[in-house]
Design a protein around this ligand. Sequence first.
Ligand code: MF3
Ligand code: CO
Ligand code: CO
Length: 294
Amino acid sequence: MKFDGAKIGRNDPCWCGSGKKYKQCHQTFDDKLRGYAAKGAKIPEHKMIKTKAQIDGIREAGKVNTDILDYISEFVVEGISTGEIDDRLAEYTAKLGGIPAPLNYEGYPKSVCTSIDEVVCHGIPDHDRILKSGEIVNIDATTIYNGYYGDASRMFMIGDVSPEKKKLVEVTKECLDLGVKEVVPYGFLGDVGYVINHHAQENGFSVVREIGGHGVGLEFHEDPWVSHIGVRGTDYLLVPGMVFTIEPMINLGRADVETDEIDGWTVRTRDRKPSAQWEYTLALTESGVEILSY
Ligand code: MF3
Ligand code: CO
Ligand code: CO
């Protein structure tokens, strides 16, 4: 078992960058993790552990991101174009002193993702795409604020939505909430995906496998990768200082997805049946899980 806290002397500066001596900072923490590693647990690398100061920064970015989603919510109604949602989000983000992380991210052309019905995620806003009654849409916002990142998404139901789509949206939110409950100190990341997949299947839905949650905070996408179809007691040990998203994509029909070959971004269900997603940014601290953006 690789353990990257092993070589530091007691009086050396701590690996976390706090400036404190190792023995007065993360040494006890590392000793505890070494105990778990000895029992076979997969221990997160140091780069996955944030300091209190970093979590404070990510918390502020998360609050701004939540504020942006709250603001945009009232515009997500029948008759608006997704392009206008993007414009309004970009304008409000600037007003708050933030930067929309999606814009120019690996060539992504807009400030937010707007994913309607069979679009699983990464839907590109478009002034010609008007929201219609009966559609379900995910708005996924990520904001850079003071150099830190917050990432969250919500579902919206436009006008009269069919009972099966409504159930899909509600069960997907339940999946996220069940996953969050598994985020406890010294639990396992695999437990998160396990409960999500179990709840989705119990309701006759399927879980997207190829796209997962992710570490977040200092960059848009960091380790670990968060599967939404995990196995209990497997994957990384969950330790205080980890900051990551849970963002299950749940399909009404089959799990398979494909990416648009022309725009390179839009992910759709292969069977073109609807998909829903909710996302939070979470921090795990000694006292438990904290939702940093929702
Ligand atoms: N916000 C998405 C996520 O939750 C990522 C979008 S990448 C983009 O990870 F480029 F499409 F914006
Ligand atoms: Co997101
Ligand atoms: Co995300």
